[in-house]
Design a binder for this molecule. Structure first.
Ligand SMILES: C[S@@+](CC[C@H](N)C(=O)[O-])C[C@H]1O[C@@H](n2cnc3c(N)ncnc32)[C@H](O)[C@@H]1O
Length: 205
């Protein structure tokens, strides 16, 4: 019942997003070229114990999942874009990828993974879906939640992609992130700007 209510509530938002990411999968090499080295550098800096299991939600073409796997973590990556997952599987065969709509996160038990990660996902969500996701990741994660996302306005290419996605990007940038995380039971333990437009937040449930 809970699930079907949530499915209905966020249905149109998710349908549009799924179509959008299948189409833009073609420009993903450009995004990967920038983000993959950044993810690897930050994971090296954080140096989380490599026996921690990781669930990378909204994994896209799998670059954050792959960066964890290259350090030796057991990683699962989930996303609903078939085209991006195909690319992810080709690039990172050591990661377990599954096609899953994040509305179905309830299939994972409480504290199921040590770490839940997400790269450049939250900014695209409506306020209510964002709260739904943050509450779910808090429930599923045992040790940490790691979020990469926008802190600041990006260049013309980023603004164009975000405009096409029809995302909540400008509102997300303006948000007080500490309040947003705390409202959903997550405490910031470390955060740092990673580029002209990006930042990470390491959170404890
Ligand atoms: C901007 S991309 C980020 C991809 C990847 N994390 C990265 O850092 O490159 C956002 C991803 O969220 C996925 N996504 C958005 N809503 C989703 C949902 N409801 N269920 C599953 N995946 C979703 C999209 O398919 C897309 O791959």
């Amino acid at each position: 019942m809970m699930e079907s209510l949530a499915s209905d509530q966020f249905g149109r938002e998710r349908q549009y997003t799924q179509r959008f990411f299948n189409v833009v999968s073609i420009v993903y090499p450009i995004i990967e070229w920038h983000l993959f080295p950044e993810y690897k550098t930050i994971l090296q800096h954080l140096d989380l114990p490599t026996h921690y299991s990781v669930l990378d939600i909204a994994t896209g073409s799998g670059i954050l999942a792959g960066a964890f796997a290259e350090r030796g973590h057991a990683v699962t990556g989930i996303d609903f874009s078939r085209k991006l997952l195909k690319r992810a599987k080709k690039q990172f065969p050591q990661v377990w990828f599954e096609q899953l709509d994040l509305i179905h996160l309830d299939q994972y038990a409480d504290n199921h993974f040590d770490v839940i990660s997400m790269g450049y996902f939250l900014h695209g969500l409506s306020v209510s879906f964002r709260h739904f996701i943050l509450k779910e990741v808090r429930r599923i994660s045992k040790k940490y939640v790691l979020v990469f996302d926008y802190c600041c306005t990006g260049n013309w290419f980023i603004r164009l992609i975000e405009w096409l996605e029809g995302s909540n990007y400008p509102l997300f940038i303006a948000l007080n992130k500490q309040n947003m995380f705390e409202q959903n039971g997550l405490q910031i333990v470390q955060d740092e700007q990673t580029s002209g437009f990006g930042q990470y937040w390491l959170l404890k449930p």
